[in-house]
Every structure is written in C-alpha cells, then in structure tokens.
Design a protein around this ligand. Structure first.
Ligand code: OOB
Length: 525
C-alpha cells in the first residue's frame, strides 16, 4: 500500500525469528468454540459460529460490492454487533478500515476521506442530533453502508446477503496493512497509523497473555471500539482470540454498564481515568452486583496515585495501569507487581523486543531515573504515519525510533512513570487532539486575530481546554457559547470544544519567538 513505511528487512527478520511475528491474519483472530458466546450487544447474542457466519457473509458481500484488498473505507460505528461484524469482514478481505470515533463530525470525516481516498463509509442509523445522512450524501465515496435503516443507502444486512459464489475475497498477506488507527495528533491535520496483520495480531496476543485472558474472560467494551485500548490491548480482539465473551456497550456510564456487569458476569473492562473515578463513586451506592469483576484496566491519561489506590478498593477488583498509544508501544503493570508499582507507575513495556530510550531535548540519553522524552522502536510500533513524509521526518529519529512526545522516568524495575509531555496535544480525560488543530479552527472565526490552545489542570479530566484569543481590533471577544456554535458549524467533534475562553491583548513569547503557552497558563494560576 502506498504511504506505508515498512520495518527494515533486518528488523522484520528478527521479529519473525524471535516468534513475535507469525502468519496469522487479523480476520481469523476469533478462536472460541463454535457453541460458546462470542458477542453480546444490545439484543444481539452471537455464538462463535454465528459470528463467523455473519463475518463470512459480510466479507463475500463486500467483495460483491466491488471493494478489494488494499481499498480504504471509513468506519464510524458505535460499540455494537455491527462494529464487530464490519471490522472483521473488512480485515478478512484485506479492505482497510479507517477507524473514526463516534464523536467525530463532518469536518473530521471529510478529512479522513480525503487523506485516504476512501471508497466507502460505514455508519449507524442515527447519531443524536448529528445529520450523518447529510454528511454521507456529500462524501466522495462509492458505497455508504448503514447498520440499520438504510434509506437511500445500503444496509449491512443487504451486504451480508449480497455475497455470490464468485465473490470470495482475496486473502491479505500478514505484512499487509490491516487497519488505519487515528493518532491523538500533534499537528493541524489528522495522522493515521498503519497497523499490519502481523504486528496487530502480536499486539493483541501478547496483551491477552499479560492480562491472563482466557475462555472465562467476559470483556466489557465500553470505551469506543475504534480506540486501540478497547480494540486490541487486549480488548475486544484479545478476548475473542482467547475464546472469551465480548460485551459491547456504547457508553462508560455506570447506569448502563453496571446492570450489564451483573447480568453478563463481566470479569474485565478498560477505562480512562475519569470513567474509573465515576465507577468507583457509583459502586459505593449501586444495587448492582459487581462481584464478577476481576480486573479494571485504566489508561489513556494519567491516573493520580491516590485514585490508583481507591479505584480498585471501591470496585473490589484488581487495577492495571496501561500506558499505551495507537502508534504501538504498550506498557502494563503486571498482576504480580507489588502495590507501589501498580499504584505509582504506568507499567513496563509489553514485549521483550520493545526498545526504550529516555532522552534530553538534544537527543542524548538522560541518566537512569531522570525525566526525559520517551523514544521507542519495536515489533508493533509504527515506522511512519500513513502518507505523511514530512511529518515522519520529524516524528522519528534517523534510526527509526518513534518520538512519543511523552516525558517519562524509568525505574530500575523497567517501569515507567509518565511525568508530562513535550507534544502540543490536549489530553482531556483520555480524549486527545492537537492544540494546532483547534487553533486552526479558531483562527477562521472573523473576530479572532490569534489563538493559542492550552490544557489547564482539572481534578477529574486531568486537563481541560482553554483557548486564549486575541480579538481583532475593534471586535469584542466572542463568548464561549458562540465559539462552540461556530465550531459545531464547522463540523468539529465536541470533545475538542474549549471549556474556557480567555481574551488577551497579545501573547507572551519564548526566547525563540514562539507563543509561551506555559506563560499563558501561569497567568490563570
Ligand atoms: C492510548 O492511546 P492514544 O493513541 O489515544 O494516546 C496515546 C497518548 C500517550 O502518548 C500518552 O500521552 C497518553 O496518551 N497516555 C497516558 C497514559 N496512557 C496514554 N498518559 C499517562 N498515563 C497513561 N496511562 O491512550 C492508549 C492506547 C492503548 C492502550 C492504552 C491507552
């Protein structure tokens, strides 16, 4: 596939020789006994045999539609049986899903379409006040597939029925790109992460191993399935691989998840820190029985050490901290780690083949135990973003290490503590976006002359978003509500809306003439 940077041959040979990379394909991952329950979502319950049949039919149907190995399609589906069927059918056929979040809006979807030359858009029937059909009509794709009532488009059920004897999909190769994941971003335009069959199968297999997933695992997918954490760390795919059961729900809210935990005897779930806090508070007064829970994984943003102690106590289960990224590298605290490591660190690398460097701003390694930027390379960490040569020249070292933009400290045990970041990204309770992206939108507002977006500390979200605006001469600064309306009109996902607006006369500058964002944030303290 064009725009994909493969691993250098000597690395590929090593990962194969060491047994990290095999020949397994992502679409063949479900490994449960035919009669066992694979998937529960809403009113749908599918055994492994039923799931496989639906996936097979959908894969044949996609081929009958004319979609082929290497084509890209945008998938924007909530956690549902439809997501699982569509995702597995696509990857089985070598058609590459570009995983958009349910929260994305027209602006983001259009950009993803343009970047990937997508041939299809997979969407759900309704999405609150979002006129997804209007968007779908305007996209330059050949096929719009709806999980539900199709109207002028094609339903998923039609796709599953469209297969013919001669529409058997071509099988992908293990080294092919299987899926394009969305990066949290550090620039004004979206960046996509190519994950190959062999690296992503390794990712989910090794994660499932570390987390002890097995046939008895009942995994609750409450974070968006499009997110690497819920999809493959070990997530939905790890649970299916080990023959467990996946319960899909489109929200982390205790009101919806707690009854499901009780009914399905859920054993494990993955949460971002704000959701984990919400669960811990709600558990104290719930009438639902949560005793089946054995493990809660928390990651995506920093979990404060005091919360790391209270969350597992409140939920009556073990905690695992996960410091991961869609780009690859995953760190987990291990089940047998002592409490001070589980509570006070973000875990250690998943793979013995993960290479870690902690460096100073000049790129030189810092002394052991000191804070520096984390660089990494390994069998499931990308070598380049999709179709982004200029960005790649900055995001990787000449010898192929990915500059994570995270500031970490490494303990003698190998565990990492996340201390901050160098990248200009907002991490609002685990939902990430580039400051530059929001600034770009704000600059398009007629009353805004300059904009700087900064994360401010927040006790629950970790960070909330403040937009500093320099109004144009003679115009009053727009109010927060007006800015939100403006962004909504531009088709921006709501999680990128600022929480606060501050009008200023000008921005302080750093020594090298860049906007001094620390200085701006300090003004509010
Ligand atoms: C996960 O993936 P992304 O791609 O949404 O975000 C990655 C970034 C990291 O570079 C780091 O800045 C931050 O999110 N992050 C954490 C963290 N986990 C992620 N910061 C502090 N503490 C943590 N535990 O967020 C992700 C992917 C797979 C598994 C888990 C999380």
């Amino acid at each position: 596939m064009d725009g994909f940077t493969p691993w250098p041959p000597e690395f590929a040979a090593r990962y194969e020789a060491e047994g990290h990379w095999g020949r397994d394909l992502l679409g063949d991952v479900p490994g449960g006994a035919p009669g066992r329950t694979a998937l529960v979502a809403g009113d749908t319950r599918l055994t492994y045999a039923e799931l496989d049949l639906r996936v097979r039919r959908a894969a044949d149907g996609l081929t009958a539609l004319g979609l082929r190995r290497g084509d890209r399609v945008i998938v924007q589906l909530p956690n549902s049986a439809g997501f699982a069927v569509v995702f597995l059918a696509l990857v089985r056929s070598g058609i590459v899903p570009v995983l958009a979040l349910p929260a994305h809006r027209a602006g983001e979807i259009r950009e993803l379409c343009a970047l990937t030359d997508a041939r299809g858009y997979f969407m759900s029937e309704t999405d609150g006040d979002f006129d997804v059909r209007r968007l779908a009509r305007s996209l330059p794709v050949d096929h719009v597939v709806v999980d539900g009532d199709a109207g002028e488009f094609t339903t998923l059920a039609d796709v599953e029925a469209a297969g013919r004897a001669d529409s058997v999909p071509e099988r992908p190769e293990p080294g092919d790109v299987a899926v394009l994941l969305l990066s949290g971003g550090t620039t004004g335009s979206p960046k996509l992460i190519p994950r190959t069959h062999r690296d992503y199968v390794y990712n989910l297999r090794a994660s499932a191993e570390v987390c002890g997933f097995g046939r008895d695992t009942v995994y609750l997918a409450a974070l968006p399935a499009a997110h690497n954490f819920a999809l493959a760390c070990p997530g939905i795919l790890g649970a299916l691989h080990r023959g467990g059961t996946v319960v899909m729900v489109p929200t982390t809210s205790p009101a919806e998840t707690f009854p499901l935990i009780e009914r399905e005897r859920v054993t494990v779930s993955a949460l971002v820190p704000p959701a984990a806090l919400l669960w811990a508070r709600a558990a104290a007064r719930t009438r639902h029985d949560l005793a089946s829970l054995r493990l809660v994984q928390v990651g995506g943003a920093r979990l404060a050490p005091e919360h790391a102690a209270t969350v597992p106590r409140a939920l009556g289960c073990a905690l695992q901290q996960v410091f991961g990224m869609a780009e690859g590298l995953l760190n987990f605290t291990r089940p047998d780690d002592p409490p001070h490591l589980v509570e006070g660190t973000q875990g250690r690398p998943l793979s013995p083949a993960d290479e870690i460097c902690v460096v100073d701003p000049g790129g030189a390694p810092v002394p052991p135990g000191e804070v520096g930027e984390l660089l990494t390379r390994g069998p499931y960490t990308l070598r380049g973003y999709y179709r982004a040569p200029e960005h790649n020249a900055r995001a990787f070292t000449p010898d192929g290490f990915f500059r994570t933009g995270d500031l970490v400290r490494r303990l003698p045990s190998g565990h990492l503590v996340v201390e901050g970041r160098t990248k200009e990204q907002i991490n609002r309770g685990g939902e990430k976006f580039a400051a530059a992206e929001l600034e770009g939108h704000l600059l398009a507002h007629p009353a805004v002359r300059d904009a700087a977006v900064v994360g401010l500390p927040d006790p629950v979200l970790g960070e909330r978003t403040c937009a500093f605006l320099v109004p144009r001469d003679g115009t009053p600064p727009p109010a927060l509500a007006a800015i939100k309306e403006f962004l909504r009109g531009r088709g921006v996902a709501a999680f990128k809306f600022p929480d606060r607006i501050e009008a200023v006369g000008s921005f302080p500058l750093t020594g090298v003439g860049k906007v001094d964002k620390n200085g701006l944030a300090a003004r509010l303290r």
